[in-house]
Ligand binder design. Structure first.
Ligand code: ADP
Length: 390
């Protein structure tokens, strides 16, 4: 497929504009031109705030570059101008449109225009996204164990399944049989494994495909973030969908994160995708806290360590990008079994010989993330160092 102004228009139409409205339904794309690797795009900014304009401009740039990549084209320059003109449709409604799954049946939160931009959830100290370049590398496993591990260290932790296309938390946390309560317009998170969890998997009918169009995905994510009664938290961990799609853009628009953790397996092909995920976070203005190497090695029945996928690959990738390496997690049968049976706590409490390398690896990982979050918060001015003299 070649790239021209019409295909760019098509691709940019799905970019979230504001609330749960995309650029096409807002009627905000006023001009697109493309010639010899130079794209110029004008967007009607209407009443968007300066911060929303900057985020929109970033999303448009990213979406144009993603479209170029899909079309096999080289784009040298993307010029985005967000003007004061009003978008033609000026869609003010919040109702997602189109096919796919029914929206979550929770009454919308009241709060007027101010509710459009959360910036930071009141009461939540650190929001941390867990992302990966591709599926199946253990992103959800790392998110779950990070959350459980932080909770075990005495922190108040929330875990949100932002993987709205393929939620894993109902299985990994053993949520079957638990009822979700809704009070007014707020969903009560489920108290499990010492943390508060919420997943779209508990709000839609099981086994139904979760097909979200851009604006619906945006709306579903936004509802999960803003309409869950998270309360006071030290950490909110968000398990993102794999890859570099719309949900990450929505998240960056809605929330101020302390940082993101990138999960990767050691192989070269996985690293390439993880580099893209890390670059995406950086382009969205989200600090990358570091890289986790999952499925790093395997301990056989003979007690020997086997580097099945080429242990150390993700660590080298982190070094190449100048990112902290947060730790390596071995391939471990107990980990898989505990995930399938919804008992991640057992990863930390099972002191059997076969589980020992896993406990040590997870505890190291959790401590490293804790440290990187503290340093990132200081760099970002979210926290000040404390000095105690005794
Ligand atoms: P992703 O979120 O990246 O798609 P998951 O976390 O869902 O990946 O993991 C995919 C599968 O691999 C799950 O069944 C999980 O239990 C298993 N798994 C992940 N990491 C490990 C590991 N280190 N050892 C054994 N099994 C693992």
């Amino acid at each position: 497929m070649s790239m021209d102004k019409d295909t760019i228009r098509g691709a940019l139409g799905r970019v979230p504009y504001a609330g749960s409205v995309d650029v096409a339904s807002a009627g905000a794309l006023s001009k697109v031109s493309y010639c010899d690797g130079h794209a110029s795009i004008r967007i009607a900014g209407g009443r968007l705030s300066p911060a929303d304009r900057a985020a929109l401009s970033e999303r448009i740039t990213l979406a144009t570059r993603a479209h170029a990549r899909d079309s096999g084209e080289q784009v040298e320059e993307v010029h985005v101008e967000v003007t004061d003109e009003a978008p033609t449709a000026a869609a003010r409604h919040d109702a997602p449109t189109g096919g796919g799954h029914r929206p979550i049946p929770i009454p919308p939160k009241q709060g007027g225009a101010g509710a459009e931009k959360t910036g930071q959830l009141p009461g939540v100290k650190h929001i941390i996204a867990v992302g990966a370049g591709k599926g199946g590398v253990g992103k959800s496993t790392v998110a779950v164990n990070l959350a459980v591990g932080l909770a075990r260290r005495g922190h108040a932790v929330g875990l949100m399944d932002g993987d709205i296309y393929g939620p894993s938390l109902p299985t990994m946390l053993g949520l079957t049989g638990l009822e979700v309560n809704v009070r007014g317009s707020m969903i009560q998170p489920l108290p499990v494994h010492g943390l508060k969890a919420m997943t779209i998997g508990k709000l839609v009918e099981p086994d139904k495909p979760l097909i979200w169009r851009g604006p619906m995905a945006h709306g579903a994510f936004k509802q999960l973030v803003e309409q869950t009664a998270w309360g006071e938290l030290d950490y909110l961990i968000i398990d993102l969908p794999p890859g570099t799609g719309d949900v990450a853009l929505t998240m960056a628009q809605l929330l101020r994160l302390t940082g993101a953790v990138v999960v990767c397996t050691p192989q070269k092909v996985a690293q390439d995708d993880a580099v893209r995920a890390a670059r995406m976070f950086q382009q969205l203005g989200i600090e990358v806290l570091g890289v986790v190497e999952n499925m790093s090695w395997f301990v056989g029945d003979d007690g020997k360590e086997y580097d099945i996928f080429g242990r150390g690959g993700a660590k080298m990738m982190a070094q190449r990008l100048g990112l902290p390496f947060l730790g390596a997690v071995p391939i471990n049968m107990a980990l898989r079994e505990h995930s399938d049976s919804g008992d991640p706590t057992a990863n930390f409490t099972d002191r059997s010989e076969r589980n020992r390398p896993l406990v040590e690896a997870l505890e190291r990982l959790v401590a490293n993330v804790e440290g990187q979050v503290a340093m990132a918060a200081m760099r970002q001015g979210l926290a000040t160092p404390t000095l105690s003299i005794s």
